[in-house]
Design a protein around this ligand. Structure first.
Ligand code: GLA
Length: 391
C-alpha cells in the first residue's frame, strides 16, 4: 500500500526531492467507555489498521494535501498562513488543526509541506481514523521540524486540543493517546486524570478479539457526545456540594451510592452512575486480565455494554442486536459496544474455534434483521505512531 501511495505522491507532486513516510494507527477500546473525560480509566489498544503519509518539504509556506480515500476531492491547497477551519477544507481540517495547535504552543512551522495520505481504517466505524490522522500529523511535524522536546503523550494532547478547539468535538484523550502510545500485543491501562499508564499484555491463547462493524452511524453523534459530557459535569458539581472530589473517577461504587442523592436530575444521575461504575469495572477488568481470568474480563465487558445501553444511552438497536447475538453464542467470552457510540463497532472476545461461526451466523442474522452487511475484523494489536522510512 505504501508503494502505491508513494507512486500517487510522485504522480501528483513530481518525483524530485526526498520523501519521508509515517504511520499512525486507529484504536479499539476493550473496556472503559466514556470515562476519559470523567477522570477515569480506559483500556484501549492500537490496531495494525491506521493512516499512512508520504511527506516532502517545500521551500515556501504552501501546504498541499491529497488523500487516496477522498480521491475525488483532488489536491487541496492552502498555506501555513491560513490555519483556520473551513468547511470546504474537508478532511484537511484535521492536519491543519494540529499545525495550529503546534503554532499555538510556540512551535513554529518554518516551511510548508506536500502530503499524501491513505488510511485503511473503515470510514465512520468509530475506530479513530480522525485521531490517527491527528497523531500522524503530530509525528510528521515533530520529525520535520526537529521538535525533539515534544513527547508522544504531548502529541496526543496536541491532537486532542486540535479536535476540541479547532474541529469542535469535545472528545477525551483516549483515542489520540492510544494511537500515539500503542504497543504490539498490549493494551494501555491509562488513568486519564494523571495520564499515568501501564502496558498490559493481551495474549489470549485460545481466543481472538473480533471487531464487528455495524455499518450504521446515527447522526447527532457530536451533539449527543457533548450532551453526555455536560450531564456528567452537572452531576459532578452536585456531588461536590457533599464530598470533596475532583472527578467522577475519584468515587468508588460505595461512595457513589452514599452521595448520589445530591444529584438532582435523574438523567444526570444515570450518566454519573455509568461513569463511576465503568471506571471501577475497568480497574477490575485489568486485574482479571493480569490473573488470566478471561471469563471475568468477559463478564465485565458484558456489564459495560448494559450500562452504556441503559444508563449512558449511547447504544442503538443495530448495535444491541449485534451484542445480543454475540452474548448468546457459546464460545463468546464477552461483547460490547466500543468507542463513542450511536453506531460504529462492537468488540468481542471469541474462542478460536467459534470465530468462523461468529462471523457467519451473526453476519447473516444481522443482515436478515437490518438489511446491513456487517464487517468483521480479527484484531491484531499493533505499535503506536512511527516514522517508517526515507525514500
Ligand atoms: C470517543 C472519544 C473518546 C472517548 C470515547 C468514549 O471515541 O473520542 O475520547 O470519550 O468516545 O469512550
Amino acid at each position: 500500500m505504501l508503494n502505491k501511495l508513494i507512486q500517487e505522491f510522485q504522480k501528483l507532486y513530481g518525483a524530485e526531492g526526498e520523501l519521508r513516510t509515517y504511520f499512525a494507527p486507529g484504536r479499539v477500546n476493550l473496556i472503559g467507555e466514556h470515562t476519559d473525560y470523567n477522570g477515569g480509566h480506559v483500556f484501549p489498544c492500537a490496531l495494525t489498521l491506521g493512516t499512512y503519509a508520504v511527506v516532502r518539504d517545500r521551500e515556501d509556506r504552501g501546504l498541499r494535501f491529497y488523500s487516496m480515500n477522498f480521491g475525488s476531492l483532488g489536491v487541496l491547497e492552502t498555506s501555513l498562513d491560513d490555519l483556520v477551519p473551513h468547511k470546504e477544507a474537508s478532511w484537511t481540517n484535521y492536519p491543519k488543526g494540529v499545525m495550529w495547535a503546534f503554532e499555538k504552543r510556540g512551535f513554529h512551522l518554518t516551511h510548508g509541506l506536500d502530503i499524501a495520505i491513505f488510511g485503511d481504517i473503515p470510514a465512520g466505524s468509530g475506530l479513530s481514523s480522525s485521531a490517527s490522522l491527528e497523531v500522524l500529523t503530530g509525528i510528521i511535524l515533530k520529525d520535520t521540524f526537529g521538535f525533539d522536546q515534544v513527547s508522544m503523550p504531548e502529541i496526543a494532547l496536541i491532537g486532542q486540543d486540535s479536535e476540541n478547539n479547532f474541529n469542535g468535538c469535545n472528545c477525551g484523550i483516549m483515542d489520540q493517546f492510544a494511537s500515539a502510545m500503542g504497543r504490539k500485543d498490549h493494551a494501555i491501562f491509562l488513568d486519564t486524570s494523571t495520564l499515568e499508564y501501564q502496558y498490559a499484555p493481551v495474549l489470549l491463547e485460545d481466543a481472538k478479539i473480533v471487531i464487528t462493524n455495524s455499518k450504521v452511524k446515527h447522526s447527532l453523534v457530536n451533539s449527543a457526545y457533548n450532551d453526555r459530557r455536560r450531564e456528567c459535569e452537572t452531576a459532578l458539581s452536585d456531588l461536590q456540594t457533599v464530598t470533596q472530589i475532583k472527578t467522577l473517577g475519584d468515587l468508588s461504587n460505595e461512595a457513589f451510592e452514599s452521595f448520589q442523592s445530591a444529584i438532582k436530575d435523574p438523567v444526570c444521575l444515570k450518566r454519573a452512575r455509568h461513569a463511576v461504575h465503568e471506571n471501577q469495572r475497568t480497574i477490575q477488568a485489568v486485574e482479571a486480565l493480569k490473573n488470566n481470568d478471561i471469563a471475568l474480563f468477559g463478564k465485565l465487558m458484558n456489564a459495560s455494554h448494559e450500562s452504556l445501553k441503559t444508563d449512558y444511552e449511547v447504544s442503538c438497536p443495530e448495535i444491541d442486536l449485534l451484542v445480543d447475538l454475540a452474548q448468546a453464542m457459546p464460545g463468546v467470552i464477552g461483547s460490547r459496544i466500543t468507542g463513542g457510540g450511536f453506531g460504529g463497532c462492537t468488540v468481542s472476545i471469541v474462542k478460536n474455534d467459534t470465530v468462523d461461526r461468529f462471523v457467519k451466523e451473526i453476519g447473516s442474522a444481522y443482515q436478515k434483521e437490518t438489511g446491513h452487511e456487517a464487517e468483521f475484523y480479527i484484531v491484531e494489536i499493533g505499535d503506536g505512531a512511527r516514522k517508517l522510512q526515507e525514500v
